[in-house]
Design a protein around this ligand. Sequence first.
Ligand code: SAM
Length: 256
Amino acid sequence: MARKRFGQNFLTDQGLIDQIVRAIDPRPGQAMVEIGPGLRALTQPLVERLGHLNVIELDRDLALKLKTHTQLQVIEADVLSVDFTQLSAQIHSPEKLRIVGNLPYNISTPILFHLLQHVGCVLDQHFMLQKEVVDRMVASPATSDYGRLSVMLQWRYRMERVLAVPPESFEPAPRVDSAVVRMVPFAEPPKLHFEVLHDLVQVAFSQRRKLLRHSLGVWLEMRTQSPSFDLQRRAEEVPVSEYIALAQALTQGSVG
Ligand code: SAM
């Protein structure tokens, strides 16, 4: 019986499972972590190719069953409490972590932001998410989907939609469409203070219908630096590169 509070929608479409595993392309010996293995729909084909797999499962009953599998290292925990940087060090792999999962949709955005804090130890990420969330992640400026999530992820990852997934692929079927996204961290990301970018993007999109001078403009006035920035636009019109440049200008001198 699926538990709604754990966002449990189990993948049952074997053809789709094969497509996802092919998109992930697991290789023997790679250090991989699966978030929310559930009933092992992805776990089993992944571990057959990898030889060993680390899984993070919050549901105690599911975790108990998973622990009987000799090729799985089961971490029974809330993924939001897992220190992936520490986990990566414990795994002792010469390569960075590959992270995958059909995520619990109720906490997918917090998971994406949590992983952003550990991006330094990540090789790539493949996630099944609600289609609307993927739309927002990969959105271009001047579209209604472009927002805080787009900017906060696009500055750090190259992202692409890999597969579209209909509700019938799951049991029970979710009420929404789904999609698989690939996220690859940039090897040489722009140098900036994460908190500065985080705060300014949050302020900019707090009133997305208004011109930026009413939101970001006021916020900038409160700071000692006043970099030149066109505030006669709406937040959704500003490309990621300009948010990055503004964050860099605001932290200039304090970032190596
Ligand atoms: N991977 C399985 C599949 O594709 O059929 C299950 C996917 S289901 C959408 C989400 C899984 O994440 C469930 O197994 C659920 O118990 C687990 N889960 C929910 N919240 C979690 C959390 N905070 N930390 C770790 N796992 C969680």
